[in-house]
Write a protein that binds this ligand. Structure first.
Ligand SMILES: NC(=O)c1ccc[n+]([C@@H]2O[C@H](COP(=O)([O-])OP(=O)(O)OC[C@H]3O[C@@H](n4cnc5c(N)ncnc54)[C@H](OP(=O)(O)O)[C@@H]3O)[C@@H](O)[C@H]2O)c1
Length: 324
């Protein structure tokens, strides 16, 4: 049977949330859920990149941010071996995530850690790409060690490498699946043709696409619709516009950074919530396969973002915010 991200009918379970008590009496929430392959996840994930790259917080705050996410019902954590700052600290983010999970007092059974391979950071602020099968194999082995697991829940090919045939990179991912080193596979920064190629090579084990998508960057709609057609989860990266210049900040100047920004602020004001929360709720309403992964470097922001899982926008609000 074909595994789908949103169920064969494309339906998502009705929104529901509740508080549960863990053995340690820690109060945690559950969010409405979506699916990545055969795994249910809270409708809002955590993008862990800001915890390890330039401007990262100290480790105590980073771990508090991950714990706040888990307490708020987030069960998908997105990381990558290349989420680090300085040269020689490859895997900083994966190690941090593993440490935070090891110190968490609550139930870890619903948590899906999604990592990526195929990019590097030499330490000068730039990002490199290496999609060669030898690199991907080595990278995956290292990620397994850092995450302290025998099988990575979701392993994503970070970016197509123009110097390597995409089929070769995907072939390496297929081998990792066949060997049981990774349970499910995803691709990132992939266009529609590449997603179809990945589907041909990985079959039902391709469960997610992670592409850039936000109120100001809506060009990914064809890929989003293809994910719906194939029953694959779509994880928008930089859903709030990115860490360096959140496109949802403002509008503080007379010039709107992009058409439509004011609508997010208008709905936010009327609802008494942040425009970021409105943005994430809008994304959830756009498609049942979307699982946003907002970044955060503070507990407050991921708590606020997670609450978007429970914000149901009405038809008039959605019309104001516009289509994908
Ligand atoms: N596959 C790829 O090529 C790729 C590329 C880029 C990113 N990603 C993934 O996507 C994730 C998200 O992207 P991103 O981190 O670049 O950008 P983002 O999610 O668009 O924005 C993150 C920024 O928004 C702020 N923020 C988050 N929630 C907020 C809220 N509720 N209210 C106010 N501010 C809020 C955070 O502030 P604080 O820092 O103050 O908490 C952070 O600075 C990354 O963490 C990474 O996992 C993937």
């Amino acid at each position: 049977m074909t595994q789908t991200a949103a169920g064969a009918s494309g339906e998502v379970p009705a929104p529901s949330s509740r508080r549960i008590r863990t053995p340690s009496s820690r109060r945690i929430r559950t969010l409405p859920s979506r699916r990545i392959g055969d795994v249910p996840v809270g409708a809002i994930g955590l993008g862990a990149m800001p915890l390890s790259i330039e401007g990262r917080p100290d480790e105590a705050r980073a771990i508090a941010t991950i714990h706040a996410a888990l307490d708020a019902g987030v069960t998908l954590i997105d990381t990558a071996d290349s989420y680090h700052w300085h040269a020689g600290e490859t895997g900083h983010n994966e190690t941090l995530v593993a440490r935070a999970l090891a110190r968490y007092a609550g139930d870890l059974s619903p948590v899906l850690v999604a990592t990526k391979g195929g990019r590097g950071r030499p330490g000068d602020g730039s990002w490199t790409v290496d999609g060669s099968p030898a690199h991907l194999r080595r990278a995956c082995e290292e990620s397994l060690k850092r995450l302290g697991t025998d099988a990575i829940g979701l392993y994503q090919l970070h970016k197509p490498d123009p110097a390597v045939p995409y089929a070769d990179s995907l072939g390496a991912i297929r081998e990792l699946l066949d060997e049981g080193k990774i349970r499910m596979a995803g691709v990132s920064n992939a266009n529609a043709g590449q997603i179809r190629q990945a589907r041909e090579i990985l079959g039902d084990r391709l469960v997610s696409v992670q592409n850039r998508f936000s109120p100001s960057v809506r060009a990914g709609e064809p890929e989003l619709r293809l994910c719906e057609e194939l029953g694959i989860a779509f994880l928008p990266w930089s859903p709030l516009g990115g860490i360096s210049a959140s496109s949802l900040d403002g509008p503080s100047s007379a010039v709107e950074p992009y058409p439509g920004l004011a609508a997010f602020h208008e709905v936010a004001r009327a609802r008494g919530v942040s425009p970021q929360r409105v943005c994430l709720a809008w994304m959830l309403a756009l498609s049942p396969v979307i699982v946003p992964i907002p970044g955060a470097s503070r507990p407050e922001t991921i708590r606020d973002s997670a609450a978007a899982g429970e914000l149901v926008l009405d038809a008039a609000e959605l019309a104001l915010l516009g289509p994908a």
